[in-house]
Structures are given as structure tokens and as C-alpha cells.
Design a protein around this ligand. Structure first.
Ligand SMILES: NC(=O)c1ccc[n+]([C@@H]2O[C@H](COP(=O)([O-])OP(=O)(O)OC[C@H]3O[C@@H](n4cnc5c(N)ncnc54)[C@H](OP(=O)(O)O)[C@@H]3O)[C@@H](O)[C@H]2O)c1
Length: 304
């Protein structure tokens, strides 16, 4: 069973691996409730109880798809922790008048978006609500006022951010009544910025766990036509037997989880068999030399 852990001193308890919903409507073969229900039940059997979604996913249609699917089985929603995000607005069918994409993290927008997410997801609470991207035009006081209000009104149980740098996180956190519980950041063997730019260190300092998006670099990590992918495949082949016939994707999730900030990888596959295979990664404890060996294969050079 995949372990669970509190993501912050005042935060919710999540499963060590999280199921991401960004691509839920990308593939006609899997974008219907019968297929999703199979994957949701597989998640529960494995111990993956946390779902990550966002207002914008599927051009504003994924939340509704999740809500319609959860509604098919009474009690199913309560078996999951739901994370959703708001703040990205792009031209789309619902807003043909919109000409450019923009961010908005004003109080009124956050409240309106959270209420829409509640309605579409068919729930009366959101476990964790994130500001999807920093909005350069809104003050920290204004954004915090929206998040504080949503917590106070019981619409969201905790608040966090995504893609914030260390300074943006500090600033917003300083205005929160209840501290932010996570920063959801891009982190993988092919995107190591968080361990160099201070965001993972900031999480350690505050005792909060980052959520790691695109843990397989959107599939590029598995692509042997890309030189880093080819080096990583070769390294995985070398390590596989030592870690119970582990595959590259399993080693890649384990590599992320081994970092002391304890990131929670968000899995992006729509394929049931791949989803089931991820579970093994929670049992893999990489030895130091192997962690640095994967680092070296990804970078194509040794440590500085
Ligand atoms: N906060 C943010 O700004 C942000 C941004 C992006 C994503 N996210 C979150 O992070 C989640 C994961 O992101 P992601 O979808 O980019 O994750 P990912 O795991 O890096 O990439 C998933 C993609 O890789 C493919 N893939 C190829 N080989 C695979 C294998 N062996 N196992 C698993 N997948 C394989 C998948 O295809 P198949 O479906 O065919 O397996 C899928 O297209 C999203 O669902 C979303 O919840 C957040």
C-alpha cells in the first residue's frame, strides 16, 4: 500500500503518489467515465487517494468530467483528497471575447473560481486549493484575502500555490491567516531547477512537502530518441535488477521522492497498467551512488 503523509504541519494528509488529471480528456479511448472509474478504483486499491486537477484542465472541462464520474458512485468523492487550482484564463469556447491568456489571483476571482470548481466537481469542500501561477498584477494582500476567506467559509480546507518562486511564496505566506501548505512545482530528472533555485529548500525549512508536476518530463524522459532519455534508459537497465526489475519510470519517481524535501510526484498517465506500475516506486529506496548515477545520466556529466 502506498504510504500517506501530512504535507504540512497544519495541512492535509495525502498519498505519497498523487494522480494527476491534466490529460484526462486528451485521448478518446480513455475520456469516458467507465474508463476513469476503473482507474479511480485502481488508485484506491494501491492507496493513491489524492487527485490533482485545475480549473483550466481540458480547457475548463476536466473538473466537470471528474464530478460527473464521482457522482456515479455515492461516497466515492469522500475516499479522495481533491486538489484544484485556479487563476489561468485563456481564450476558449466559453469566452470567445478573450483575446490573450492572462493570470488573475484577485480575491473575487479566487472566490468565483473556487465556487465553480465546487459546483463542477459536485462537492461542498476542496481539500487543497492552489493559485496555479503567480499573477504579477495582484498584490499579496489581495490574493491572501481570497484564500483566507475561502478557508474561513469552509469552501476550501487548506491553501497553497503552484509555480511560485521563493520570494513570491514568502510574500504571500506572510499575509496568510493559515500558512500555505505546498508549492506545486515542476520537478523531474529532466527539470531539476527546484533543487538549485531554493524552492525545495524553502519547503524543507517550512516543513511542507512540494508536489512534483510532470515527473516524467511530460513523457520526454521515456523517449530514447532524446539523448538524455537514451542515457537514462541505459542507466535504468543497469540498475533494474538491483531494485526488483524496476523500470525507468519507477526509478524516476523514486528519484524524486528520495529528495529530502519529500516531493509528492503527480502521475500523468491515462493508462491503467502504467498507473498500477507506479505503485512499486514507493518501495524503492535508491542508494546514494545510484541517485547520483541517475543525476549524472540525466545531465550527461558528473556532479560539479
Ligand atoms: N501545476 C502545474 O502548473 C502543472 C503543470 C503540468 C502538470 N501538472 C500536474 O501534473 C500531472 C502530471 O503531469 P504530466 O502529465 O506532464 O506527467 P508526466 O508523467 O511527466 O507525463 C505523462 C505523459 O507521459 C506519457 N508516458 C510515456 N511513458 C510513460 C510511462 N511509462 N509511464 C507513465 N507515463 C508515460 C503519458 O502517456 P500515457 O497517458 O499514454 O501513459 C503522458 O502523456 C498533471 O496531470 C497535472 O495534474 C501541474
Amino acid at each position: 500500500m502506498i504510504p500517506r503523509l501530512p504535507i504540512a504541519p497544519n495541512g492535509p494528509t495525502f498519498s505519497r503518489l498523487i494522480y494527476g488529471t491534466w490529460r484526462f480528456l486528451d485521448d478518446a479511448a480513455t475520456s469516458h467515465s467507465a474508463d476513469l472509474l476503473k482507474r479511480l478504483h485502481a488508485c484506491l486499491e494501491l492507496g493513491i487517494t489524492t487527485l490533482d486537477t485545475a480549473e483550466i484542465y481540458g480547457l475548463y472541462r476536466v473538473e466537470e468530467f471528474i464530478g460527473q464520474t464521482l457522482k456515479l458512485e455515492p461516497g466515492l468523492r469522500e475516499k479522495f483528497e481533491i486538489v484544484t487550482k485556479c487563476g489561468i484564463y485563456v481564450p476558449c469556447d466559453f469566452h470567445p471575447d478573450r483575446k490573450v491568456a492572462f493570470y488573475n489571483a484577485e480575491t473575487a476571482r479566487l472566490v468565483k473560481s473556487a465556487e465553480k470548481s465546487l459546483r463542477l466537481l459536485g462537492t461542498d469542500y476542496i481539500d487543497l486549493f492552489l493559485v496555479h501561477r503567480p499573477d504579477w498584477l495582484t498584490s499579496a494582500d489581495e490574493t491572501a484575502a481570497g484564500l483566507n476567506k475561502l478557508i474561513k467559509d469552509g469552501k476550501i480546507r487548506s491553501a497553497g500555490v503552484s509555480n511560485y518562486n521563493v520570494h513570491q511564496f514568502d510574500l504571500l505566506n506572510s499575509r496568510m491567516d493559515q500558512p500555505l501548505v505546498t508549492n506545486q512545482i515542476e520537478f523531474s530528472l529532466l527539470h531539476m531547477d527546484p533543487i538549485f533555485d531554493g524552492t525545495a529548500d524553502q519547503c524543507q525549512k517550512l516543513g511542507i512537502k512540494p508536489m512534483a508536476w510532470s515527473p516524467l518530463a511530460q513523457g520526454r524522459l521515456m523517449d530514447e530518441t532524446n539523448p538524455a532519455g537514451a542515457r537514462l534508459q541505459a542507466k535504468a537497465a543497469e540498475l533494474s535488477a538491483k531494485y526488483g526489475d524496476a523500470t525507468l519510470d519507477q526509478l524516476a519517481y523514486a528519484w524524486i521522492m528520495a529528495h529530502p524535501s519529500q516531493p509528492l510526484p503527480i502521475i500523468g498517465t491515462n493508462k491503467l497498467e502504467r498507473l498500477i506500475a507506479t505503485a512499486k516506486s514507493a518501495d524503492i529506496k535508491l542508494e546514494r551512488e545510484d541517485w547520483y548515477g541517475l543525476w549524472t545520466a540525466a545531465k550527461g556529466q558528473g556532479i560539479p
